[in-house]
Design a protein around this ligand. Structure first.
Ligand SMILES: Cc1cc2nc3c(=O)[nH]c(=O)nc-3n(C[C@H](O)[C@H](O)[C@H](O)COP(=O)(O)OP(=O)(O)OC[C@H]3O[C@@H](n4cnc5c(N)ncnc54)[C@H](O)[C@@H]3O)c2cc1C
Length: 479
């Protein structure tokens, strides 16, 4: 075997540079590393693993058709380096770059050094920039990357298999793994599903996207739902971008599709922040914000993440997320804002628990968004969502809320929206108004410090978006 392609979160056949380049000598195999410690790492969870395994199974089937296979290695990347050095010392290793949690970053660095630089070839994937990185030119470079030709599918292999008792086939691995039978209501992985979602979204589902995306009921259909596929690479960002560009001229929903395009950009813009400053996984973007919340309360955090806050609409959102593994942007922001502002809990404690519930957990996006909704970036104006206001605006008839909380059917709408239910529902964890007022005082107190602005400027120069046209209104909030 001349070439080995390592699979991580790039589980697709099409537009996969590592797989294509690894296939050129026609003697290759793909390897998926199942490292249990990684899957128990910061924000990772079994529901994400289930999705990844579905992508992996489909990729294995596709590779079988070109006489190649996926093999699974159970162990750490450093264990794998030992195996490759002893049993396959001449094979070249190909891998797509991935911005991930610190555990993975450290493991891949150790793997590279154990394998040796001459055997290792890493390819760019998605829109993150590592070489010649320049924030001022970043968006132009991103567009250029997105317009590059789609990479051809891998060649057929002439060698049959990578033989080692340490490697198992995907089907055998799936039989061993329990994650596959759990979570009946989460999205199903695989490139075919991703392609179908993209087609239906571009052709019809995107109608009204711009407004429907804020509502948890409408958003389920009106958003693309591509996020887990982008997170696990069952479709490439370039494929999505190019299909979108070719659809826009003939689409009656141009303005919805333009809004979608901005979000594709944001995806990579946020991942770039973590790539540039990996410490953001644990530290606040603005250094003066880390001292804001210096204690935490496990009991409060547990009630929040299990949907027992006493605020029906918020609880319904959390219960929906627990069941489906996805919820729309506005509700994610509200859930996080409640934990960080109303409950005043440190984001470092709450962020991984929320991430575990998302099938689409993408550390770069998640951590940036969590910090934005906690007021710790220094470059975004703090926004405290009122859960009762969102209840009235997003679910006026409470049809959506009561689907998750049927015991509230038939109660006075106003009382349910305002969570004034006494013994009819759980006790409210906090008083919304006074907790928000206190949070505002603390956040603005720190922002008034003369040093705050100078440090915020540094954060902006390092991470802020330079897209001029988006600075005016909503886009400003996305910097
Ligand atoms: C606290 C919080 C945590 C979040 N964590 C994640 C996460 O772990 N993974 C994740 O993919 N998204 C995350 N988001 C962003 C957003 O909520 C999801 O991308 C979106 O809801 C996914 O659904 P969709 O694919 O239907 O999105 P669409 O609206 O169809 O958007 C298409 C794609 O654009 C990207 N995108 C959309 N909105 C944003 C955004 N605001 N910032 C960056 N990229 C965006 C995503 O890749 C998404 O798949 C988070 C938002 C918040 C407020």
């Amino acid at each position: 075997m001349k070439d080995i392609v390592l699979l991580h979160r790039n589980l697709r056949l099409a537009d996969n540079p590592a797989l294509y380049n690894g296939s050129l000598r026609r003697s290759y195999c793909a390897l998926f590393v199942f490292d249990e410690t990684y899957w128990k790492g910061n924000g990772r969870s079994n529901r994400q693993l289930k999705f990844a395994l579905e992508c992996l199974r489909e990729l294995d089937e596709s590779l079988c058709q070109v006489n190649a296979k996926v093999r699974v290695f159970c162990g750490s990347l450093i264990n794998l380096a030992d195996l490759l050095n002893s049993s396959f010392p001449n094979a070249k290793i190909h891998l797509n770059q991935c911005t991930d949690i610190g555990y993975y970053r450290d493991a891949i660095a150790r793997f590279k050094s154990a394998i040796g630089p001459s055997r290792f070839k890493e390819y760019s994937d998605f829109g993150v920039q590592r070489l010649n990185f320049d924030r001022d030119r970043w968006s132009r470079d991103w567009e250029r990357q997105m317009r590059e030709p789609i990479v051809t599918n891998p060649m057929a292999s002439e060698e049959v298999d990578l033989k080692s008792s340490c490697l198992i086939g995907v089907d055998d691995f799936l039989d061993l793994n329990k994650a596959k039978s759990l979570y009946p209501n989460i999205q199903e992985g695989g490139s075919k599903n991703a392609a179908l979602l993209l087609d239906t979204f571009l052709n019809s589902r995107c109608e009204g996207y711009k407004t429907k995306m804020s509502n948890p009921n409408d958003a389920e259909q009106a958003c693309s739902r591509l996020s887990p596929h982008l997170a696990f690479g069952s479709i490439s960002m370039r494929t999505v971008f190019q299909k979108l560009e070719s659809s826009v001229p003939r689409s009656p929903f141009k303005s919805d599709l333009n809004s979608f395009k901005k979000r594709l950009y944001w995806h990579c813009h946020f991942v770039q922040k973590l790539e540039t400053e990996p410490e953001l996984e644990f530290r606040s973007m603005h250094p003066m914000c880390d001292g804001l919340r210096d204690s935490y309360n496990d009991e409060m955090i547990e009630k929040w993440i299990t949907g027992q806050t006493g605020f029906p609409f918020l609880d319904a959102c959390i219960l929906f997320l627990r069941d489906v593994g996805w919820i729309n942007f506005r509700m994610r922001a509200m859930i996080m804002s409640f934990a960080s502002y109303n409950l005043w809990q440190p984001w470092q404690k709450t962020s991984p628990l929320l991430a575990q519930l998302f099938v689409d957990y993408e550390p770069g996006i998640h951590i940036s968004q969590v910090q934005m909704q906690s007021g710790t970036t220094g470059i975004n104006l703090p926004r405290i969502y009122s859960v009762t206001k969102q209840s009235v605006e997003q679910d006026p008839t409470l049809t959506w809320t009561t689907k998750r909380l049927p015991s509230l059917v038939g109660l006075d709408l106003k009382n349910v929206h305002e969570a004034e239910l006494r013994e009819l529902y759980l006790e409210k964890m906090v008083d919304l108004k006074s907790s928000a007022r206190k949070a505002r005082e603390l956040i603005w107190g720190i922002r008034a410090n003369p040093q705050f602005k100078a440090l915020a400027r540094k954060v902006y120069l390092r991470h802020g978006s330079r897209k001029r046209q988006w600075k005016s209104t909503r886009g400003k909030m996305q910097s």
